[in-house]
Design a protein around this ligand. Structure first.
Ligand code: GTP
Ligand code: MG
Length: 198
């Protein structure tokens, strides 16, 4: 699927104020700094549509982007960022949990995982939360430009092993690099496939 238009719609701290149009919605979630906002820019051919930063904790709101005038991409704040105050952290967490419990038009969530790292408890637990709440998700292993391809494969295999300790099957997964545009076609085609099946 080709992305022809991508426009910023609204930023919110309140899930109730998110757009009410009943169109398919796809959310990007994951630890702070994993590359959610960069991936949205890469997929939509924009440099600054979603705000990015090398400092974790950049995205603090629920950001809706309208794609091809047909569906929403949502950039969310990251979880697991230790350097914000406890109060701010729990506000983030509340916002994220509120979003996932209330947003019924959400058709698929992409959980972003840094391809360089070993499985982290916080991500595994977050995916278990999605599973327990019947929220469909796929995984995207990010920043694959940062390590050799063989290492990406090796790390994904370790990840699969760890996922299978809890899940019966490995959820659908894709790989990405916002630097060399790896995964652009696969991710947009995957979304296009879901959209045409609805
Ligand atoms: P928060 O909004 O803080 O939760 O972070 P985020 O997940 O939106 O991450 P963001 O897209 O802001 O990227 C964080 C940092 O990682 C930035 O310095 C990006 O340039 C860098 N980055 C993101 N994706 C990639 C990638 O695919 N490859 C490389 N090399 N760097 C990346
Ligand atoms: Mg961000």
């Amino acid at each position: 699927m080709k992305i022809n238009t991508a426009t910023f719609v609204i930023s919110n701290t309140d899930v109730k104020k998110c757009p009410q149009e009943k169109i398919p919605e796809y959310a990007f979630i994951g630890r702070s700094n994993v590359g959610k906002s960069s991936l949205i820019n890469m997929l939509t051919n924009h440099k600054t549509l979603a705000k990015t930063s090398n400092k974790p904790g950049k995205t603090q709101l629920i950001n809706h982007f309208l794609i091809n005038k047909e569906w929403f991409l949502v950039d969310l704040p990251g979880y697991g960022y230790a350097k914000v105050s406890k109060k701010a952290r729990s506000k983030f967490q509340d916002l994220i949990y509120d979003y996932f419990s209330k947003r019924l038009q959400l058709v698929c969530t992409f959980v972003l995982i840094d391809s360089r790292h070993t499985p982290q408890k916080i991500d595994l637990e977050f995916m278990q939360f999605l599973g327990e709440n019947n929220i469909p998700f796929s995984i995207i292993f990010t920043k694959t430009d940062k390590i050799p391809k063989t290492k990406v494969t090796k790390n994904i295999n370790v990840y699969i092993k760890s996922m299978l300790e809890y899940w019966e099957t490995m959820p659908h997964y894709l790989i990405s690099s916002s630097v060399d545009k790896t995964g652009k076609k696969e991710i947009t085609d995957y979304i296009g496939g879901i959209n045409s099946s609805l």
